[in-house]
Design a binder for this molecule. Sequence first.
Ligand code: UDX
Ligand code: UDX
Length: 475
Amino acid sequence: MKIAVVGSGYVGLVAAACFAELGHEVVCVDNDPAKLRALERGVTPIHEKFLPELIARHHGKRLRFSDSLAAPVSSSKAIFIAVGTPSTEGGEADLSYVEAVSREIAHCLGDHRGEYKIIVEKSTVPVYTNEWIQRVMERSGAPQGSFDVASNPEFLREGTAVTDFLFPDRIVTGCDSRRGLETLREIYAPLTSGNYYKQKNAIPEPDGARVPPALVATGAKSAELIKHASNAFLAMKISFINAVANVCEAVGADIEQVREGIGLDRRIGSRFLAPGIGYGGSCFPKDLLAFRAVAKESGYDFALLDEIMRINEEQRQRFVRKVRNALWTLKGKRLAALGLAFKGGTDDIRASQAIAIIQLLLREGCSIAAFDPAAMPRAREVFRGEPALEFAESAYAAAQGAEAVLLLTEWEEFAALDLERLKSAMKYPILVDGRNLYSPAVMAEHGFTYHSVGRQGLEAPKPAAVKASESASSS
Ligand code: UDX
Ligand code: UDX
């Protein structure tokens, strides 16, 4: 099928490349000339596994890029809207880009009564957006009955976006017309039939994938709500386990044991129960605010969402308090911060808790050496002109002379550090682990003072010299 995707951000570009991989003819449109020039040169503006391969495989064949909507709209049967839906001041979703693109699509359609078209919401949007797109397009001249608007929310995670798209747990297609649902069913048939996975150069199947994925056909409003509710539920699981971790700290229990004990209940499930400094990213924070706003608008006071956000905020403060408790005072302290991205496996720093915590510690008068395997180029923008922050070549370089090392992002490589080498670089062997990448037992073995989330802290054994002087003074 001929498909147009408007917006080449995380969702748009991954969707466009994957639709081409499924055999469709795709034009990806973006109004950012710099991004388009890079894509035309085969440069992928985002750090996503398998994406460069897919673009190299299909670019110039089944995948093209364009800065104009006209031709792609008239030649395509399905037009996916994947432009940004950032938050407004009040927390609502800013749908002005979606509206602008809908109006432009309608103008391109003109009084075109030719082939039936489907306009598909791929960006995360609040309930009712499909009705507004329909209304705006008709007001802008798109002939009634010549198109339908559908919702097809994307559940991909950054860092695993391509495999999440090609091996989804479910594909949600929401449209109030049978013709629309049929068209979406046709687009995803290579996945739901299982045929794609039989191809010899198919993207490798990740562990635990559900093949073939389920396809859920719903009304448009239900599909829009499925996305907001799914993200809110996942964020709730994270805030819940962080709240339980805070109780563990207070009563002397171990969150990792608690997490295992509750996660084995299949009604709960062990995924998305990793305690830490809280969730970040371009989705959870903004989608919770948008869901909160649309629920309020519809007359329902969804206060639970406020509590999820409050717990997440509090995790930042709690972590800073933990660093202070480990060092007594913060002013003038030299710290090493490992992790800037909002999670491991991505270069994205949008709403990163790591960056927020570093900003709090800088405000307390600390100096910080930061390292991240992928996100430093983007973080340099945020900390431009900040004299008390420097970027280091490696985790060990960051730890050089540090009075404490802070683990802020769950990069795999941070869970496999050479602890003796790290310790020898540091001024004091103090590690504050915001992602529970290590166990207290291992850290004790290596003689660290170690504080983590939801577990009891431990003090490094006193150096021999101190012990000797103490026993001398006590004898
Ligand atoms: C998008 C949505 O913003 C988000 O709600 C959803 O959860 C995931 O999909 P993302 O892909 O990360 O997020 O967006 P972003 O990286 O901001 O990319 C949007 C792209 O659309 C940009 O490349 C931008 O240049 C382009 N764009 C924006 C257009 O081409 N036309 C416009 O009118 C506006
Ligand atoms: C999320 C959703 O998972 C995805 O379905 C949706 O399409 C977009 O938003 P993403 O933002 O890429 O994806 O990241 P995700 O892997 O969900 O992590 C979100 C945040 O939660 C990260 O900051 C991560 O560190 C944190 N997290 C995740 C935890 O603190 N604990 C966990 O158990 C899982």
